[in-house]
Ligand binder design. Structure first.
Ligand code: C5P
Length: 226
């Protein structure tokens, strides 16, 4: 089943401490951004890529993406101050009515079987998110004091992609922006509408490159794929 992917890539990556957009950092021969976009360039079901970027970085990004010989159209939009605004800009640029995926540019090790399952589930139920089971015990604490130990078997660490029927995502995003609600992912915005979101079990490989340690893990994951 066909889909469009929206990729927010307009962050600054402060936690990486690289002094530049972390998406330009390399894992192996290529940048994080290149690896992420290649997954969609190679997926025959991906019809279009809509990417939110900082205008001053668009030329560099186009150069990076030209190194891939695949030629799927990429529509660039201007990113916003928060990730949610960058995704909203992508939503506004979409012209279809089908299934859309939102995927962070900072997750380069996605595999296509997860995409297929997300698209199938979102088509059937409206909304689906990639997630992995929590490996550690997770506690809720306030001011450094444990208040509650959460039931691990019910805890999921949520990733992207997150897949939606377009109209549902658009309604959720418009309503959050109108009401000044800032979420950390698109699923939260859909949950606010009272709509169920399905969990699709993903892979621990699909890590987000956030801090320096993640880059070291990225090098290992890349070597394992070769
Ligand atoms: O900083 P973090 O890794 O959580 O950001 C997730 C994704 O959202 C990254 O790909 C980043 O480039 C993007 N982003 C964005 N616009 C922002 C902030 C983050 O497109 N204002």
């Amino acid at each position: 089943m066909k889909y469009t992917v929206m990729i927010p890539a307009a962050g600054s990556g402060k936690r990486m401490g690289a002094g530049q957009n972390k998406l330009f950092l390399k894992i192996g021969e290529h940048s994080i951004l290149y690896h992420t976009v290649s997954v969609f360039q190679e997926d025959p079901n991906c019809e279009e890529v809509i990417m939110a970027v900082k205008p001053e970085e668009q030329v560099v990004i186009e150069e990076i993406l030209k190194q891939d010989q695949h030629v799927k159209p990429i529509t660039f939009v201007k990113g916003g101050g928060e990730r949610q605004n960058s995704v909203a800009a992508c939503i506004s640029a979409y012209k279809g009515k089908g299934i859309v995926l939102v995927h962070d540019a900072a997750r380069p090790f996605l595999n296509s079987s997860i995409i297929t399952e997300l698209v199938r589930t979102a088509n059937e139920k409206g909304a689906a998110i990639a997630a992995v089971k929590a490996k550690d015990t997770i506690k809720y604490a306030e001011d450094g004091t444990v208040k509650e130990t959460l039931a691990r078997e019910k805890l999921w660490l949520v990733q992207t992609p997150q897949a939606f029927q377009y109209e549902l995502l658009k309604e959720a995003s418009d309503s959050a922006i109108a009401e000044g609600f800032l979420g950390t992912d698109e699923s939260m915005l859909v949950e606010r509408l009272g709509h169920e979101v399905q969990v699709v079990e993903s892979s621990y490989d699909n890590v987000k490159m956030t801090t320096q340690e993640d880059l070291a893990i990225g090098e290992i994951l890349l070597a394992r794929r070769k």
